[in-house]
Design a protein around this ligand. Structure first.
Ligand SMILES: [Zn+2]
Length: 294
């Protein structure tokens, strides 16, 4: 059953005067598929944590989809809307999550579309209370905090084919997989799917070997190439300035490799186990969000 998602349109804010406006990051949620009230409250607490950590003059429109059957043992997944080459974009041919592009530009660039869609799996024993999760419960506030971080830009466009091990970024494989996930859930995104045009994300351009070169430096790595494929699983990858090790296992894991920190205590570690909670944003993650332009 396809739901028609009623998009809540953000009020278009005036172009900000640089350095004058310091507004909290306000989310406008659209709850889909019978999202329970207590689960809404728990996810809402995660949105408040982000609200208090970052600033923007433009509201973030977020669609939250309850109770879908996600493939590949996924607990939840966030698909960010994205835009490149908008007026005032700091980097050309580079994907920005639309929420960040709006913040940089100071206006809602895609006013009819949501900024991100988050899907929550139906087969999870969710803790939706403010209490510490039980050992057999997955804490939805922690997962929401993590997923929204992806939606705000903590995501690359890297991909590695299994064999031959060709590495790439911005290829069609990634969005084809997103499209498959969306089809499997039977729910819609709050925005049209887009092609990545073989371009990196603003997060991706910060990833480099340590010590070594940037993976998206065309003078160092051809896109696509086996050299890039080796680098994606070769270890020693960091998000630069300050250097933070990123999770880059061998074999490559779609949606997981590069897009997480290799730090068992960080909000952006690759997975949150049952019984765990991480309801705060650690400094390494905040540093990265600032580096992206927040
Ligand atoms: Zn994640």
């Amino acid at each position: 059953v396809l739901l028609i998602i009623e998009c809540v349109k953000a009020v278009v804010s005036p172009i900000k005067n640089k350095g004058e406006l310091k507004m909290p990051l306000t989310f406008i949620p659209t709850w889909v598929n019978g999202f329970p009230q207590n689960a809404q409250a728990a996810v809402g607490r995660a949105l408040t944590t982000w609200r208090n950590a970052l600033a923007s003059a433009v509201n973030v429109d977020i669609t939250l989809v309850w109770g879908v059957n996600l493939p590949n043992n996924l607990t939840a997944i966030c698909i960010p809307n994205a835009i490149e080459n908008f007026v005032g974009a700091p980097l050309k041919n580079t994907w920005y999550p639309s929420a960040l592009a709006d913040k940089i530009r100071g206006q809602d660039l895609q006013g009819n579309d949501e900024d991100m869609t988050v899907f929550f799996d139906q087969n999870i024993n969710w803790n939706v209370t403010a209490n510490v999760p039980q050992q057999n419960e997955v804490d939805i506030e922690s997962v929401a905090l993590h997923e929204v971080c992806h939606g705000l830009g903590f995501v690359s466009t890297f991909w590695q084919a299994a064999w031959p091990a060709i590495g790439s970024y911005g290829g069609d494989e990634l969005m084809d997989l997103v499209d498959l996930v969306v089809q499997v859930t039977g729910q819609q995104l709050g925005f049209p799917l887009y092609k990545l045009n073989r371009h990196p994300s603003v997060y991706g351009v910060h990833v480099r070997q340590h010590p070594g070169t940037y993976l998206t430096d065309p003078g160092q790595f051809v896109n696509p190439s086996t050299q890039l494929g080796s680098a994606l699983v070769g270890g020693g990858l960091v998000f630069d300035l300050p250097a933070r090790p990123v999770y880059a296992p061998n074999p490559f894991l779609p949606f997981t490799s590069i897009d997480h920190l290799d730090d068992p205590n960080s909000l952006m570690r690759p997975s949150i186990a049952a019984g765990q909670q991480t309801r705060a944003i650690d400094q390494p993650v905040l540093d990265i969000m600032r580096a992206l332009g927040w």
